[in-house]
Design a protein around this ligand. Structure first.
Ligand SMILES: NC(=O)c1ccc[n+]([C@@H]2O[C@H](COP(=O)([O-])OP(=O)(O)OC[C@H]3O[C@@H](n4cnc5c(N)ncnc54)[C@H](O)[C@@H]3O)[C@@H](O)[C@H]2O)c1
Length: 327
């Protein structure tokens, strides 16, 4: 049955892919977003990518410009829509930026989430609430692959706000009877990302002939996940009865090093890539592969993209944008 789905932060990189998939499935999608970005626009190309995202969704989704910190407007919006499913993707979505803009991160990631939980109390329509967490809740991985029962010990503000919201989501669900699903993605990459994550920076630098910086010799592994795989996992989790009150790692399921990433680019970019080695950034959690067995078994989640396939598609997309043709 088709559902009324409110995606808070749905104009973002991951959110608009989720919106597209849910619209294709015939659901009614509402997006509440303040259209913001913490990267200087000339570096991340935010206005450019935002336009591309909106082209994909604006005809069929209803866009509402609003801030998650504005509880009054958020509550009014929720009362008007009466959504059955609510997905929260709002955050300062980068560990570094959440640490630098510490107070904004508390206001947006944590207090914004509390506002949303409070606003949902104004209606009795919400059946399922989906919270977007992160692999940063695990802190340094103690074993690999890390499953959902891996101890949570975030070592930074970003991971701390994510874990706090997970706990509040669960206790809210216990107290008020709204089903929850918590998703822990990792290193999502692909078309329209404007947050200067390593994938965007590496590909753009490679296309421009600039070097890629490999910290710790490029040996640290991260579970890079292609954005349409991540969005598919969200859509499955939002709609499946089996996702009721569950936590899922939604990733590619394989940790890959920055060195491997650079080697793939070296084959895909004419002229190859240059690299520079720098020491470790010790403040970052040591991560690796996430175990996605639970999502496969309960949701039928099956990521389609290897890092090789995802990068090929992403490079083609970036080339087609024409953003770097003048270089
Ligand atoms: N991209 C990744 O690698 C990754 C990995 C793990 C978790 N996540 C989480 O996934 C979520 C989405 O990340 P993304 O990569 O799509 O980032 P994004 O920045 O593209 O999306 C976030 C969206 O939230 C909106 N937003 C920010 N502050 C707001 C506010 N105060 N009020 C209303 N809207 C606001 C932004 O305008 C944006 O559209 C985040 O919660 C992030 O922490 C992302």
């Amino acid at each position: 049955m088709n559902k009324k789905i409110l995606i808070v932060g749905g104009a973002g990189f991951i959110g608009h892919f989720i919106a597209k998939e849910l619209l294709q499935k015939g659901h009614q999608v509402f997006i509440y977003d303040n259209f913001s970005n913490y990267i200087p626009p000339q570096e991340g190309h935010y206005p450019f990518y935002l336009q591309r995202r909106l082209e994909d969704i604006k005809t069929n989704a209803e866009l509402i410009r609003g801030d998650i910190r504005d509880k009054e407007f958020l509550t009014k919006t929720i009362k008007e829509i009466r959504p059955e499913i609510v997905i929260n993707l709002v955050a300062i979505p980068l560990a570094n930026a959440s640490n630098v803009f510490f107070e904004d991160a508390i206001q947006i990631n944590l207090n914004g989430h509390i506002n949303l939980l409070g606003a949902m109390r104004a209606v009795n329509s919400v059946e399922r609430f989906i919270y977007t967490s992160s692999s940063f809740v695990y802190g340094h991985f103690k074993y690999d692959p890390a499953d959902e029962n891996h101890p949570t010990h975030p070592i930074d503000i970003y991971g701390g706000t994510k874990l706090s919201c997970e706990i509040l989501t669960k206790s809210y669900s216990e107290r008020f009877g709204v089903e929850y699903t918590i998703i822990r993605p990792s290193a999502v990459y692909g078309p329209t990302d404007s947050n200067r994550r390593v994938s965007q920076v590496f590909i753009e630098n490679a296309i421009k002939g600039e070097p890629l910086i490999l910290y710790n010799g490029g040996q640290d592994k991260v579970d890079f996940t292609y954005v349409s795989d991540a969005a598919h996992g969200f859509a499955l989790a939002a709609l499946s009865p089996k996702a009721k009150n569950e936590v899922f790692n939604i990733t590619a399921g394989q940790g890959r090093s920055a060195e491997e990433f650079a080697k793939i680019l070296d084959k895909l970019i004419p002229g190859g890539v240059k690299t520079i080695i720098k020491p470790t950034d010790e403040k970052k959690p040591i991560r690796g592969s996430l175990d996605i067995k639970k999502a496969k078994e309960l949701l039928g989640y099956e990521p389609k993209y290897s890092l090789e396939d995802g990068l090929k598609e992403y490079i083609e997309y970036i080339k087609l944008t024409g953003l770097f043709n003048h270089k």
